[in-house]
Design a protein around this ligand. Structure first.
Ligand code: FAD
Length: 410
């Protein structure tokens, strides 16, 4: 039996296990999936919890319900990978040898890396929605908060779902309006980027939308430390922004085990060929989802498109053929903008988001870079698709690579 070991049973690990079970001859392959946490989190739902749109039960399910019968799920943490010996060691001392390894250990937040951030005021005047616990605590806070200056700060890029901080601010604008206290709330976005978003057209359109909603953007703000007593964030170039309520997106890093095993960069993201997702260092290691350093968005949709293309490429590779450079960094993300509306962006490594219609050219029903109610319903429908189709490795009638049809070129 050939051994495939998958580390991490989150979005990418679960999808790849489901996909490969369908593509590989399971009389010849043994697939094991390792993860210490029995719960699967629908992370996009963390954004909607503080505004009462979802609750905890909407965003968690048991991981084992999504693992196909031929795959062995091992509930343990991987302590170290020894790529020179083709094995991984688990926290309980078990040694797992492999012929091929897929690293899908994701990314996580590290508030402890910014002085003053994850200390006594964490969960009081400083919050995050980038974890389940954070989203739950923030839900309680927002219900009773009586106004003041709310600052959303991204510590450093890359982060998971780079549009989520913008969505938070636009939902906050709507939420405080509904609560009748919008005139008592100042909304500020402090970002390390030179604009509201990374890509020029989207940055301009999203920047204009934030301005219309009365949200101020403080650009190129690289936070150096937080003063939790004076309630200020201070940047490396000594700018200060005071807050009453700080919503932080702390530093995102890959899993420790990746760094410890000599497979990571300075943020523990694992260097790969961005078109094949094969490790730069080892010819039998692939890195899928947020764990890699590929310059695509760290998003579930990206993991889904990548896994779609990876499956058949992997089969070719194990049969002795070369890998095809198929993955183009395709991402699409719904952007909630409040008042039951949203936007959609669709882009890849080379093509920035453009206005237009998706997925059917001219028809949609989703509008690219333009607010519509359809996009809001698309975002809410995505949760059903995630649990029922995407995680189970079902193919959708959508191209895994980006298409220019339906887009209006500049
Ligand atoms: C607030 C928020 C909003 C988001 N919104 C969207 C959105 O609207 N659209 C979208 O497409 N994406 C969104 N995302 C991003 C999306 O959730 C992630 O990109 C996606 O889950 C990445 O999948 P992954 O498999 O790489 O990582 P994960 O799903 O995080 O899984 C990683 C797994 O690895 C396991 N693991 C870690 N260390 C070890 C170890 N040492 N040994 C074994 N297992 C280990 C973990 O337990 C975990 O189960 C959002 C994320 C957040 C936080």
């Amino acid at each position: 039996m050939k051994k495939l070991l998958i580390l991490g049973a989150g979005t990418a690990g679960t999808m790849v296990a489901n996909r490969l079970v369908k593509l590989l001859d399971m009389d010849e392959w043994q697939i094991s999936l390792v993860d210490p946490d029995p719960i699967h989190y629908y992370q996009p739902g963390f954004l909607l919890m503080p505004f009462g749109m979802y609750t905890k039960k909407d965003v968690i399910k048991q991981k084992r319900d999504f693992i196909p019968p031929h795959v062995k799920l091992i509930q343990a943490s991987v302590e170290i990978i020894e790529p020179d010996h083709n094995l991984a060691r688990l926290s309980d001392g078990t040694v797992l040898p492999y012929d091929y390894l897929v690293i899908a250990t994701g990314a996580n937040i590290h508030p402890e890396e910014t002085p003053g951030l994850g200390e006594d005021e964490w969960g009081k005047s400083i919050h995050t929605f980038y974890s389940l616990e954070g989203a739950e605590t923030l839900t309680k806070k927002l219900r009773t908060w009586d106004g003041g200056r709310l600052v959303v700060n991204v510590v450093e890029n890359p982060i998971k779902c780079p549009v989520a901080p913008l969505e938070f601010l636009m939902l906050a604008d709507w939420f405080f309006h509904e609560r009748g206290i919008r005139d008592r709330v100042e909304l500020i976005y402090a970002t390390p980027l030179p604009g509201a978003f990374t890509k020029p057209t989207a940055s301009k359109l999203l920047g204009d939308l934030l301005a219309q909603k009365g949200i101020t953007v403080e650009t190129e703000f690289m936070v150096e430390h937080v003063d939790p007593v004076a309630k200020k964030i201070i940047s490396y170039d000594e700018r200060e922004i005071s807050y009453d309520l700080l919503i932080s997106i702390p530093l995102n890093k890959g899993a420790d085990v990746v760094g410890k095993s000599g497979l990571g960069d300075e943020l523990n993201f694992s260097p790969v060929n961005k078109y094949t997702l094969l490790s730069d260092k080892f010819a039998n290691i692939f890195v899928l989802g947020d764990a890699s350093n590929a310059p695509a968005s760290k998003a579930g949709s990206v993991a889904h498109f990548a896994v779609d293309l990876f499956g058949e490429n992997f089969v070719r590779y194990t049969e002795g053929q070369s890998l095809l450079p198929t993955f183009d960094g395709h991402a699409n993300c719904f952007i909630e903008s409040g008042y039951n509306k949203g936007l959609l962006i669709d882009f890849n490594y080379t093509q920035e988001p453009l206005p237009g219609r998706y997925p059917l050219p001219g028809v949609g029903p989703f509008t690219l870079l333009e607010e519509s109610e359809q996009n809001h319903w698309g975002k809410l429908m995505f949760r059903w698709m995630y649990w029922n189709l995407l995680l189970k490795g079902e193919q959708l009638p959508l191209s895994a690579t980006m298409s220019m049809s339906g887009k209006w070129k500049k």
